[in-house]
Write a protein that binds this ligand. Structure first.
Ligand SMILES: Nc1nc2c(ncn2[C@@H]2O[C@H](COP(=O)(O)OP(=O)(O)OP(=O)(O)O)[C@@H](O)[C@H]2O)c(=O)[nH]1
Ligand SMILES: Nc1nc2c(ncn2[C@@H]2O[C@H](COP(=O)(O)OP(=O)(O)OP(=O)(O)O)[C@@H](O)[C@H]2O)c(=O)[nH]1
Length: 467
C-alpha cells in the first residue's frame, strides 16, 4: 500500500513547489484531458523505487486573534491524521517564525512521524541555520531546495526509510479476482449499491482476511467468479461501529482507486453532475483505472428527467467517451447484474498482454492510414511500440520529436489501438518516448513505410530482449 505523506507548513515556504517536485515523476505519464481539472492537492510520485501519495495541505492561514493552530483547516487536520508521515516545510531564509513553533507543537501532539524539510537552502552552505530548526525538537533538519530540486532524494530516503516496508499489507492477489472500487460523492447511493452487489442472490461473501487500516477488502463469489469489493465507505463496518458513519475521505478514495482493477463511479440521476463527479472520474482516469459509470436512482423517473441526465453526461463528462454507462437503481436492484458484465469485460481487458509484433502491425496500419503531421516542414517519425505494462494497459511508442506530436494525433493513435485491440472501456495509456527503438541495435526498425504485408513482415521488429 502506498504511504501517504502530508506537506505541512505556513504559507509561502515552498510547499507547492515541493509538491510539484515530489509528484513530477508521475505527472509525466498523465495525459492532459480537456475538461478535466488536475488536482493540485493530491498527487502520486515515485522516488528510489517506491511510490507514495503526497498531500499538499495548502498553508495554514495565520489569524492573529485565535492563533494559527486554532485556524488550522479541518482538512489539514484530517490530512495529518490520515498521513503515514508529515513533512514539515520551513524556510531557511526567513528563519524560524512564531507560527512555525505553533505548527510544531500541533505536530508533536499528532503522534505522526515528522520530518523537517528546510527549504530555500540553495547556496547557503555553512550558513544553513541548522541549530535554529533543531531547537524545534522534531529531529534533524534536512536542507532542501525545492525550486532547484536539491535534497529531494536525501529527504525522501529519510522519510520513506522510516516507514514500514511496502509489502506489510499485501493486497488480495489476482487469483482472487478483479478488485472493485465504488466511488461517488455523498448521498449518490454508494452504500446502497455495495450492499446490493454483495447482497444479491448467488453472491457468496467470504470472511475478510485482509482488513487494513484504510480500507476493507471483501472477497466474494458470484456465478463461480471471484471478485473483491473495496469497501471505502465502510459500509460493512457501519453496522458494527456504533454510530460511526464515516465521512468521504479523499485519501481513502485515492487509495481505493490505486488498489482497484475497476472503478465504478456512481452518479445521482436526480441531481446535476457536478465538478466533484468530474473530479472523481478524473482521478480514476489519471490512475489509469478501468471506469464504469453507474447512473443511479433511475427508478421512477420521467422521460424528460432521463433525457436531461443524458445531456448532462455528455456536457459535463465529455472526456469519458469510452467508459460504459449503466442506468441503475441500487435501491431496487435494476441493472445491477449488468454491471458485472462490464466489470468482467474491463477486468479482462486491462490485464491483457499483447505481442510486440501485433502492436507494431497496428502502428504500421495506423501510420499508413494517417501519416503523422509535418512540423516545421519535417515529418514526425514514429518507429516502434511495445507494451509497457497492464492495468492500465500502457503502450510505449518510440519516435523522433515526440514532444511536438500534436494531441489530436496522440488521440487518434490511442483510439486506433483501443479499437484494434478491442479495449472499449479500458484505459489505454500512451507514452511517447523520444529516441529510437531501444531494443534493436544498431539500426532502427523501418516500419515507417508499410507497403505490402510482405515487406511489413520482413521489417517487423523483434520482440524486446531482456537486457
Ligand atoms: N529561493 C528559493 N525560493 C523558493 C524555493 N522553493 C520555493 N520558492 C519560492 O517561494 C515562494 C513560495 O512558494 P510556494 O511553493 O508557492 O509556497 P507554498 O508554501 O505552497 O505557499 P502557499 O501556497 O501560500 O501555502 C515562491 O515564490 C517560490 O518560487 C527554493 O527552493 N528556493
Ligand atoms: N430512488 C432511489 N433512491 C436511492 C437509490 N439508491 C440509493 N438511494 C437513496 O439515496 C440515499 C443515499 O444512499 P446511500 O447509499 O446512503 O448513499 P451513499 O453514496 O453511500 O452516501 P454517503 O454515505 O453519504 O456517502 C438513501 O436515502 C438511499 O435510500 C436508488 O436507486 N433509487
Amino acid at each position: 500500500m502506498q504511504p501517504v505523506i502530508a506537506l505541512v507548513g505556513r504559507p509561502n515556504v515552498g510547499k507547492s513547489t515541493l509538491f510539484n517536485r515530489l509528484t513530477r515523476t508521475r505527472d509525466a505519464l498523465v495525459a492532459d484531458l480537456p475538461g478535466l481539472t488536475r488536482d493540485r492537492q493530491y498527487g502520486t510520485g515515485k522516488l528510489g523505487g517506491r511510490s507514495y501519495l503526497v498531500v499538499d495541505t495548502g498553508g495554514f492561514e495565520p489569524e492573529q486573534k485565535n492563533g494559527i493552530v486554532a485556524e488550522m483547516a479541518r482538512q489539514t487536520r484530517q490530512a495529518i491524521d490520515e498521513a503515514d508521515a508529515v513533512i514539515f516545510v520551513l524556510d531557511a531564509r526567513g528563519g524560524l517564525q512564531i507560527e512555525d513553533e505553533e505548527v510544531a507543537s500541533y505536530l508533536r501532539r499528532s503522534g505522526r512521524p515528522v520530518f523537517l524539510a528546510v527549504n530555500k537552502a540553495e547556496g547557503l552552505g555553512e550558513q544553513f541555520p541548522a541549530s535554529d530548526f533543531h531547537a524545534l525538537g522534531l529531529g534533524e533538519p534536512i536542507p532542501i531546495s525545492a525550486a532547484h530540486g536539491q535534497g529531494m532524494d536525501e529527504l525522501m530516503e529519510v522519510v520513506l526509510g522510516a516507514l514500514p516496508p511496502e509489502d506489510a499489507e499485501p493486497l488480495p492477489g489476482e487469483e482472487e479476482g478483479p478488485r472493485i472500487a465504488v466511488l461517488g460523492r455523498p448521498n449518490v447511493g454508494k452504500s446502497t449499491l455495495v450492499n446490493r452487489m454483495l447482497g444479491e442472490e448467488r453472491v457468496i461473501v467470504f470472511d475478510m482476511p485482509g482488513t487494513t487500516r484504510d480500507s476493507i477488502y471483501i472477497p466474494f463469489e458470484r456465478q463461480g467468479k471471484r471478485y473483491v469489493m473495496i469497501d471505502t465507505a465502510g459500509v460493512r463496518r457501519r453496522a458494527r461501529v456504533q454510530g460511526g458513519i464515516e465521512k468521504l475521505s479523499v485519501i481513502k478514495t485515492i487509495k481505493a482507486i490505486e488498489d482497484a482493477t475497476v472503478a465504478i463511479l456512481v452518479l445521482d440521476a436526480r441531481t446535476e453532475i457536478s465538478e466533484q463527479d468530474a473530479h472523481l472520474a478524473g482521478m480514476a482516469l489519471q490512475a489509469g483505472r478501468a471506469l464504469i459509470i453507474a447512473v443511479n436512482k433511475w427508478d421512477n423517473l420521467e422521460q424528460h428527467q432521463r433525457d436531461w441526465i443524458k445531456t448532462q453526461l455528455e456536457r459535463r463528462l465529455p472526456f469519458l467517451t469510452y467508459a460504459p454507462v449503466h442506468f441503475i437503481s441500487a435501491l431496487h436492484g435494476t441493472g445491477v447484474g449488468d454491471l458485472y458484465k462490464s466489470i468482467d469485460k474491463l477486468a479482462a481487458g486491462s490485464s491483457r498482454h499483447f505481442s510486440t509484433a501485433q502492436l507494431n502491425k497496428i502502428l504500421a496500419d495506423a501510420l499508413a492510414a494517417h501519416q503523422p503531421p509535418l512540423v516545421g516542414g519535417r515529418r514526425i517519425k514514429l518507429r516502434y511500440v511495445h507494451q509497457g505494462g497492464h492495468n492500465p494497459i500502457t503502450l510505449v511508442v518510440h519516435g523522433t520529436r515526440m514532444d511536438e506530436l500534436p494531441e489530436a494525433y496522440r488521440r487518434y493513435l490511442e483510439a486506433t489501438f483501443r479499437k484494434a485491440l478491442k479495449l472499449e472501456g479500458v484505459t489505454v495509456r500512451m507514452v511517447f518516448k523520444q529516441g529510437e527503438n531501444p531494443f534493436v541495435t544498431p539500426a532502427p526498425t523501418r516500419i515507417m513505410k508499410p507497403r505490402t504485408e510482405r515487406s511489413r513482415a520482413a521489417s517487423r521488429p523483434k520482440p524486446p530482449r531482456k537486457p
